[in-house]
Design a protein around this ligand. Sequence first.
Ligand code: GTR
Length: 437
Amino acid sequence: MRFCWQCGWLLGLGLLLELALACTGFDAAVVAEEPWSADAKLVEQKMKGRGGFNYREADVPEFALPESLRFENGQPVTAGNWPARRAELMTLFREHVYGTRPDLAYEVDFDIESEQRGVFDGTADAQQIKVRVLSGGEQYAFTLFVVTPTTAKAITDRPAKPVRHPAIIHLNNRDFPSFETLLSEPSDFWPVKEICAAGFVAAAVSTKQIDPDQKGAFDDGIRGFFHQTAGTPRNDQSWAALSAWGWGVSRAVDYLLRQPTVDPQRIAVVGHSRGGKAALWAAAEDPRIAIAYSNNSGCGGAALSRRKFGETVARITTSFPYWFCGAFAEYSGREQDLPVDQHQLIALLAPRAVYVTSATEDLWADPRGEYLSVIGAAPVFTLLGQTSITDSTMPPPDQPRYAGRTGYHIRTGGHGLTTADWRAFMRFVQQLPSASR
Ligand code: GTR
């Protein structure tokens, strides 16, 4: 058989592309080249569905985003005074969106409830930990899972030094597995075995165990616990459920920072949907979190509120009033009056790393609004001497875009967190410059 050089080149290129896509976790069979835009049929179908919500790009109102590089009094922001501007933005987000965490006096300790060595074919050790929050002689407890690779090579692996792995805390807003299930039944939502095989410590906490994800259940969660034991306020300004869930993530950080197997510079938080909203806010409140990943987080998460695309402030504060402080509902139908928008939530994380993802059919979460938030945060990354995504054209589906401290992809499919999303996120973390990994 004669070898044809042209075919050989093409075959080689095809294989290379396939390899590149396999590394990002996406299926090489579907390679789109056009920037993503919502499927016209899907848009019309959605417009006929839930009444009163906009899914047409042409009907997005004109708006101007609040500037991050100007203080509220109009003074310009410099790299030197960014911490003061950041503090101002934090106050605005606390007062108008997520609520203010009360001053909490408490102790936290960790009981190992179950431990299993050599799980996942002898490649990892797993622990189920009871996180005990102690205040006023009472305790509030929730579960933390930590699975640590024992044989996978860590990214920071250097001879003669203990292996310290980057760690990823999953803020799980769905059914939280039992210890047995997590070790025996592979899950697309939290592919723990694969996360460990890639060299990460995989940790997880449950939103609902930290604070119930339901109306009228304040007394049953961590906020109610502090209200009862320490008299912390319960009002429209105080912390809402998303903030409480983020506080729970920070207790997982407390634990991980005590582990010699964890790289303290590379602790990440990951959340899907409501968990993604809370993950971004968790990282805003806790600077020890180096990397935040929000998937399909939409309204009140990564999506710009002013676009009023898909879910709106009016809708979310009616369906889920307990996620936000009371003031957020006042911006129903008047998003343009919000003193902040969600690009500034991303900017609050600079110069740390942020990964945002959407799904092509998840128009409720406004994929373009999520992408534009990342772009809108770019001036702050630049101010702080970092690169980030600045190209306002969206990437094609399933083609992750990594640029400096920010990354983004839009996955083909519907609302959900999948193994493909996880793989692309882990690649993002692995390719970060070492100072921010
Ligand atoms: C929806 C809600 C979204 C999103 C989602 C979820 O009902 O409207 O904001 O958070 O729930 O968490 O799956």
